[in-house]
Ligand binder design. Structure first.
Ligand code: PMP
Length: 409
């Protein structure tokens, strides 16, 4: 073969990456944004990101950190000051006491979860994911060599896992149970009384660890009390990682700070993973997160009240649309409505709607509203709306959705 005839070099992604593909939510959002750039008035209700700005006191803290030269690597899994702020947060909000070496800080809750699975899963280990679940869980499990085990939680049970389902899903290979309350995408939350029977099952299966993703802790409505597994059942503490972060509560998605608290040995293994990936979270973002966690907290409740008004609006509007049905979510900033009532019908263009993906495609193409099908989160036929956007946008979007349903033949 001469230089002229050498075959072109083709990049072939690794098996672990081929297994997961591109995030469906990002794909839909990118497509919607491309339509917008082409001049179409698309409303995108896809992203799981507060539309509020990071509070001023938090931004000021970051500027001060830069000014005093806090611009170097910090301790691998969080500066002592940051870990102390996390320690204080757990005491204040959850009545939980963690030592500094039981706390890990990363570039977002997502990295905490990634580190935990990378540090703990052997090939073939199973992770129970109550569905609907945040899509990244399944992808991270797969990247780390594990096997996602989705368990469908019915709307009749408030999209919550029940004890019988949990018992039936556990096998000798089960390594983790993920619990996410309030949930992305369903908005469902567990009370302490609802967690209790799950804790009873877990106490009978000591090989199963619990990952409690509490990232939406502060976006909980109607005066409901937040509950987390370790606070409900202290005996689970030796095998629970409680994950949280500043992205949602303080509108700090771009700062990339999340944290977890759990058994020392797990936290140490997670630090090993982090040491060979990002080395440490950003020093400046940690300074900002310290202010978020330890500064004035009133903004958290104010924003929750704003989200609740939007929830009430969207749920009522969806329930008025012919063929749709929406359960009232307890928290987070998503609705997860059933579109079962519109399946089997046709758009004016003649397209038959077989699935929630078809319905979402129809909404985007014919009515210019981007939402995410429930199948992406492991439960169909539903669709998720993120209502972390202005009331004006939500009003317009809900009118279009109602018109889309009414236009079906
Ligand atoms: N958990 C859940 C359930 C989420 O919805 C998100 C963000 N979409 C995260 C974790 C990750 O948050 P971050 O990495 O920004 O802290």
């Amino acid at each position: 073969m001469t230089a002229d005839t050498v075959a072109p070099v083709v990049f072939s992604p690794a098996q672990r990456v081929r297994a997961i593909g591109v995030s469906e939510i990002l794909r839909i959002t990118d497509h919607a944004n491309a339509l917008k750039r082409a001049g179409r008035p698309v409303i995108v209700l896809g992203a799981g990101e507060p539309d509020f700005d990071t509070p001023q006191n938090v931004r000021d803290a970051a500027v001060r950190a830069i000014g005093r030269g806090d611009t170097r690597y910090t301790v691998l899994d969080g500066s002592p000051a940051m870990k102390t702020a996390v320690q204080l947060k757990f005491r204040r909000d959850n009545a939980l006491d963690f030592a500094l070496d039981e706390i890990s800080v990363s570039a977002g809750a997502k990295q905490v979860i990634f580190n935990a699975l990378m540090a703990s899963l052997d090939p073939g280990d199973e992770v129970i994911l109550p569905a609907p679940y945040w899509t990244s869980y399944a992808d991270i499990v797969q990247v780390c060599g594990g096997v996602p085990v989705p368990v469908a939680c019915t709307e009749a049970n408030g999209f919550r896992l029940d004890a019988t389902q949990l018992e039936a899903a556990i096998t000798p290979r089960t390594r983790w149970l993920f619990l996410n309350s309030p949930s992305n995408p369903s908005g469902a939350a567990y009370s302490a009384a609802q967690l209790r029977p799950l804790c009873e099952v877990l106490l009978r299966h000591p090989q199963v660890w619990v990952l409690a993703d509490d990232i939406y802790e502060h976006i909980l409505y109607d005066g409901l009390a937040f509950a987390t597994p370790v606070a409900v059942e202290p005996r689970l503490r030796e095998r629970t990682l409680t994950v949280n972060g500043v992205s949602k509560a303080y509108a700090m998605t771009g700062w990339r700070v999340g944290y977890g608290a759990g058994p020392r040995a797990l936290i140490a293994a997670m630090a090993v993973v982090q040491s060979q990936t990002t080395s440490c979270p950003s020093s400046i973002s940690q300074a900002a997160a310290i202010e978020a966690l330890t500064g004035p907290q009133d903004i958290v409740a104010q924003r929750c009240a704003d989200f609740q008004a939007r929830r009430d609006f969207v749920v009522a509007a969806l329930n008025r649309a012919p063929g749709l049905h929406c359960r009232v979510p307890e928290g987070a900033f998503y609705t997860f409505a059933s579109c079962a009532g519109v399946l089997g019908r046709r758009s004016r263009g003649g397209a038959l709607l077989h699935s929630d993906s078809d319905f979402c495609r129809y909404l985007l193409q014919d009515f210019e509203v981007a939402v995410v099908p429930g199948s992406v989160f492991g439960l169909a036929p539903y669709f998720r709306i993120s209502y972390a956007t202005s009331m004006a946008q939500l009003q317009e979007a809900c009118e279009r959705i109602a018109a889309a349903c009414a236009a079906l033949e």
